[in-house]
Design a protein around this ligand. Structure first.
Ligand code: FEO
Length: 391
């Protein structure tokens, strides 16, 4: 696509990556993604805001033919999906100056070996005039790296937010619909931002203090209804968990599945919504999204040798890393002779601020008394969830 005008002399560029299916060798991107770059032409100077993943450099290069002079490259974030083409841009525009903060400068030097003399560093709240357009820099750390900042284009009310408010979504639509906010944008928050929710909430308040008319992130469509995405972020970062339990499980010889089936039914009968994930086929992003709102996390696993099934360990590690706002957790599953499954999973989830319900571990196939124990667990979960908002 060519540069697309957002406002007079403000353009969306970059590349849509329709075929990308995995990010960071970790995060599934079932609907692709985009690497948005922006061009702002002032009456005196022109700025390029961020670049693209190096695999898409040729797309940005073709767009830049429409911008023969680039005076500044505003670089919000050191990660290579935005910075990877920076060396090519610097070769193309030998006079261009990289405008970024001190932390990002260090990252760009470390990751890309950018020469020290190409930088102009800025501080929080500083402004840069392009003539009739003014760039106001707002430091928004931990969305999702420590250096990340945003730029507010004062005259047009556009917030260039980098990963903040982004979504992994390949689309020709310039603006996000409500379904994008509730789908890919929430998924992106869950995967990338949730571990830093407390700081993200502060960053949100900081950018919301400006009269933002359009949010222009570095992935996915823009937001021409800033309140919709900001309100959603407010709920995800600060809201109460919902009356929902995430059950992530794996089974080898059906004992754990029988237990998970019983617990699912017992919870539903008690008015608790269940989001259930078979770990042999799980889409990590879907599970992360469910964790944004869940009040309880249940890991279901058989015992393998002396500990949890490796897929259950993986789920616990992921939950621990994402730091959702869940208040409770437990383990259900089976064993053949012995093991430390519960202890090991509790250790893997050690960073979560959760109260543990008593686990239900069964020798072999569950019996009547084991099912009754699962019903008691469901009673406890329902009691603990009393008063929480519905999903
Ligand atoms: Fe889209 Fe953190 O890079």
């Amino acid at each position: 696509m060519k540069l697309r005008e957002i406002r007079p002399n403000v353009y969306l560029g970059g590349a849509v990556d329709w075929d990308r299916r995995l990010f960071d060798s970790l995060i599934p991107t079932p609907r692709g993604t985009s690497y948005n770059a922006y061009v702002v032409k002032g009456s005196e100077k022109t700025a390029l805001l961020d670049t693209v993943d190096p695999a898409k450099w040729e797309t940005l290069q073709a767009q830049l033919a429409e911008a023969p002079a680039i005076d500044y490259v505003i670089h919000h974030h050191g990660e290579q999906d935005h910075s990877g083409s920076l060396p090519f841009v610097l070769d193309l525009y030998p006079e261009a100056v990289i405008v970024t903060n001190e932390k990002c400068k260090k990252e760009l030097i470390d990751h890309l070996h950018v020469p020290d003399d190409r930088f102009q560093t800025i501080k929080d709240g500083e402004q840069l005039s392009l003539g009739d357009k003014t760039l106001h820099f707002i430091f928004t750390p931990w969305v999702h790296w420590p250096e990340t900042f945003s730029t507010f284009l004062v005259e047009d009310g556009i917030l260039f937010s980098c990963d903040f408010f982004g979504s992994h979504l390949a689309t020709t639509d310039m603006y996000a619909s409500r379904s994008v906010v509730d789908g890919p944008a929430k998924r992106y928050y869950a995967e990338i931002m949730m571990p830093f929710a407390a700081q993200v909430a502060k960053d949100l308040d900081k950018v919301a203090a400006h009269p933002v008319k359009v949010i222009a992130p570095s992935h996915g469509p823009l937001h021409d209804d800033p309140a919709a995405i900001m309100d959603a972020y407010r709920d995800w970062t600060k809201g109460e968990p919902h009356n929902t339990a995430v059950i992530a499980y794996v089974t080898m010889h059906e004992s754990t599945r029988l237990m998970v089936d019983r617990l699912t039914t017992a919870l539903a009968d008690r008015g608790v919504a269940v989001e259930r994930f078979d770990l042999t086929t799980v889409d990590l992003g879907e599970m992360a999204m469910a964790l944004v709102d869940a009040a309880s996390i249940v890991i279901g696993t058989p015992t393998v040798i002396r500990g949890p099934h490796p897929l259950a360990s993986y789920a616990a590690i992921v939950a621990n890393a994402l730091k959702p706002k869940a208040k409770y957790a437990t383990v259900v599953g089976s064993f053949g002779w012995a093991g430390k499954t519960v202890e090991k999973l509790a250790e893997l989830m050690g960073d979560l601020k959760v109260e543990f319900y008593d686990p239900v571990m069964v020798k072999g196939m569950p019996r009547d008394e084991d099912y009754q124990e699962l019903d008691v667990l469901a009673d406890r979960i329902a009691e603990a969830h009393k008063g929480l908002p519905p999903r």
